[in-house]
Design a protein around this ligand. Structure first.
Ligand SMILES: Cc1cc2nc3c(=O)[nH]c(=O)nc-3n(C[C@H](O)[C@H](O)[C@H](O)COP(=O)(O)O)c2cc1C
Ligand code: SF4
Length: 406
């Protein structure tokens, strides 16, 4: 059986998250001191060499992103920790922040030193008010100890919009505007918060940094899948025996996660698993031996996304499930661009019609066409990925649709 490897969650359940001394006792803030003894370019090179790729969904090389902001000339630069975590079924960032908030602060301060930023923001999901308090307390303690040096961190609370997890919508929200995505380019590392170079990284990405600086890029790169090294936290929901979480090397297969850590399927036989959150692909039994790393998932037409693992047994109605997901996207579309504002609404209408037994084969073809348009014409990832559950269930579970249409 696959084994857990806790790097990001190394202190989870072992230290008092509300006490900085506990973190310091287990070596906390030593990586920041080590980073500060290196040149900025060397820190970035080490992170680049480690192969760490963003854990927020897009899988971009972290060191490369930092380098863009480092190279940019500006009087102020920013680091933003994306802790919006609005993806249903995902709670990995919550685990990090509630179990070991200083690992996030330390990762942010290292990023700040590397790119030349003196100000950081944590944009925390609105449904996590107790974590906002814990983070604010952690910042106060870190400042009192002087460990952050000239790096300042402010904690902001989101207000419940899924789209505010998109990095430019998040930036708009911090600026006090409506949380709507921006046109790109320019990308945040060159022009982000208030037009200044800004690094937006996921909490899991930033919390991976201290251990990389401490143990070195070569060590980190030797763990998991070569093209997406390190560990990944997965959160299991749905028809699994253990609705739990695990942190595993990235070459662990989906089957090992569901059957090893999840304890297998309950209430029926395995039907499907949706990986990566609400916008993720549904995959069938035949693909369960795919390693849960970014590129292996892409190769089978799926996305790793946030690492949410939503299991369905064979008593579940997959068409009805996808209809509910389509409703979610219709609700969460911010309305800024037409293909998503109209497309998510039409997609839901079609899914409802089909699920109610009133659809035709032409409706299925129309949905596929609409999905194709949305995936290329929508402004941000919300609209681009919204059709994925429809497309992948049409591909792998076509019989379930055929049984409902005339
Ligand atoms: C609709 C939408 C929601 C998103 N929500 C989140 C989120 O909750 N947390 C997150 O880290 N990234 C989220 N992202 C991805 C971010 O835009 C961005 O790619 C990420 O924060 C970059 O960090 P990383 O490079 O460390 O992965 C979302 C993207 C989209 C399109
Ligand atoms: S794709 Fe959807 S969520 Fe994104 S900008 Fe367009 S309307 Fe808004």
């Amino acid at each position: 059986m696959a084994e857990e490897m806790r790097l990001v969650l190394r202190n989870y359940g072992k230290i008092d998250p509300a006490n900085i001394d506990d973190y310091i006792k287990v070596g906390g803030y030593q990586a920041l001191a080590k980073a500060r003894s290196m040149s900025q370019a060397d820190v970035i090179e080490e992170v680049k060499k480690s192969g760490l790729r963003g854990r927020g969904g897009a899988g971009f090389n972290c060191g490369l992103k930092w380098n863009f902001a480092y190279q940019a000339q500006a009087d102020q630069k920013y680091i933003i920790a994306n802790a919006d975590e609005g993806e249903p079924g995902t709670y990995k960032d919550r685990l990090i922040m509630e179990g070991d908030p200083h690992s996030l602060l330390e990762g942010m301060a290292i990023a700040g030193y590397a790119v030349g930023a003196t100000k950081g923001y944590i944009y925390c999901r609105g449904e996590y008010p107790y974590i906002v308090e814990l983070l604010r307390q952690a910042v106060v303690q870190a400042k009192a100890k002087g460990v952050l040096g000239d790096f300042d961190i402010e904690v902001r609370m989101g207000a419940g919009a899924y789209v505010c997890g998109e990095e430019t919508a998040l930036i708009e929200s911090i600026e006090g505007n409506r949380g709507e995505p921006r046109y790109k380019p320019p990308f945040p590392p060159t022009a982000g918060l208030w037009g200044k170079p800004t690094i937006v990284n996921n909490v899991e990405t930033l919390a991976s940094i201290p251990v990389i600086i401490e143990k070195g890029a070569d060590w980190y790169k030797s763990i998991g899948a070569p093209s997406y090294p390190g560990t990944k936290i997965f959160t299991l929901t749905g028809d699994v025996a253990n609705k739990t979480f695990c942190e595993v090397p990235t070459n662990t297969t989906i089957r090992e996660i569901i059957y090893g850590f999840g304890g297998g399927v309950v209430g029926g036989k395995f039907k499907a698993v949706q990986i990566g959150g609400t916008s993720g692909a549904f995959i069938p039994e035949s693909l369960l031996d795919t390693p849960a790393d970014f590129d292996s998932m892409s190769a089978v037409g799926a996305t790793l996304g946030s690492g949410a693992v939503f299991v369905l047994n064979d008593t579940r109605d997959i068409v009805d499930t996808v209809k509910c997901i389509a409703k979610f996207f219709e609700h969460e579309s911010c309305g800024k661009c037409t293909p998503c504002r109209e497309g998510t609404m039409r997609m839901y209408e079609l899914m409802k019609k089909i699920n109610d037994g009133k659809g035709t084969k032409q409706d299925l073809a129309l949905m596929e066409k609409l999905a194709g348009v949305m995936s290329i014409a929508c402004l941000c990832g919300l609209g681009q990925a919204a059709p994925t559950p429809v497309v992948t269930t049409l591909k792998h579970f076509r019989a379930d649709y055929d049984a409902k249409v005339s």
